[in-house]
Write a protein that binds this ligand. Structure first.
Ligand SMILES: [Fe+2]
Length: 318
């Protein structure tokens, strides 16, 4: 299937400080060139016998496909980023302040990234990450360093073809001109669409209903802050004897013998239990403790999660 060319999104004659000659050359030669290359690669891929194709042919075509495809996508976003008055909307000021400290701080970083690419090449992209519900500035070198799952909403082209006709080697003047031409209304609309993208689905354990849980980072922070938490490692005995380590300051108790140790716990403070990865052993133990009247929850991600965040561990005593 062929990819189709998209109409230039900004009105080129309305841009301030960017000539028609520059924009036309950019659209026709660079965006159009990427689209033509993409379709040529697509045609070659479609006719390739993958069972017989040498690895280097597959590698080369798929790499070039990625570069050309992303180049078309980023160029379309670049042209759609232009055409405004350069005055940020209140909504975007607020969103940028939330994730960067202030609009000015965001702008300083984005501009510095553009300046830093002067004499080099690449893209500066503002992207929304649904997983974390936040915005981030990123480089996209070789057209292809896209953030997985990120939604790009603003793109600054720092390849020389984007500015040399009007600015020569003065990349800084080009970046400043770009800012004066940002279409903030359109950017706001793209942001509003981006925040509708659902984050990746978390692990579902419907069998435990709304059993309370606590994130591993929060448990670590509470323990470090001297919070009153009773944290119990309830990994099955064979896990602990195999792995030998346990979170620092945490007690291990055999989940098979809950009756023997439940009396050690206080009902006056919350209890957090966890197993190896955050699945059934920790959840079942938390449920039993709740049934017995404790304010208990399980720690998601379990002992592996604790190690994954660099939580301190010590030798386990079983
Ligand atoms: Fe370009």
């Amino acid at each position: 299937m062929r990819y189709t060319l998209k109409q230039i999104h900004c009105r080129p004659w309305k841009l301030s400080g960017l000539s028609l000659k520059l924009i036309e050359s950019h659209y026709e030669n660079n965006y159009g060139g990427a689209m033509r290359r993409l379709n040529a690669i697509t045609e070659q891929l479609e006719s390739l016998d993958f069972a017989k194709a040498p690895g280097h042919v597959v590698n080369g075509l798929k790499r070039e496909e990625l570069v050309a495809l992303n180049s078309t996508l980023l160029h379309e976003l670049y042209f759609a980023s232009l055409g405004g008055e350069g005055v940020p909307t209140d909504a975007m000021r607020e969103a940028l302040a939330r994730d960067f400290g202030s609009y000015e701080r965001w702008k300083a970083e984005f501009a510095a990234m553009g300046y830093a690419l002067g004499g080099g090449s690449g893209w500066v992209v503002l992207a929304y990450i649904p997983r974390d519900a936040r915005l981030v500035n990123q480089y996209a070198s070789e057209h292809s360093q896209a953030l997985s799952g990120g939604v790009p909403i603003l793109a600054l082209d720092m390849y020389e073809h984007a500015y040399h006709i009007d600015f020569g080697a003065n990349a800084k003047a080009y970046v400043d001109t770009f800012f004066r031409n940002i279409d903030w209304q359109a950017l706001t609309e793209r942001y509003e669409q981006a925040v509708q993208v659902a984050p990746p689905r978390p692990v579902a354990q419907p069998e435990y209903g709304d059993l309370p849980k606590m994130g591993v980072e929060e448990v670590k922070a509470q323990l470090a802050g001297g919070g009153h938490l009773q944290v119990i490692d309830v990994r099955p005995r064979h896990f602990v004897s195999r792995q030998l380590d346990i979170a620092e300051g945490v007690t291990w108790r055999d989940p098979e013998r809950i009756r023997e140790w439940i009396g050690e716990l206080s009902k006056g403070e919350p209890v957090v239990v966890y197993c190896a990865y955050g699945y059934h052993v920790g959840c079942n133990t938390a449920m039993k403790l709740r049934e017995a009247g404790f304010d208990a929850r399980y720690m998601d991600s379990g002992h592996s999660g604790w190690r994954a965040i660099g939580g301190p561990v010590q030798l386990a005593k079983t």
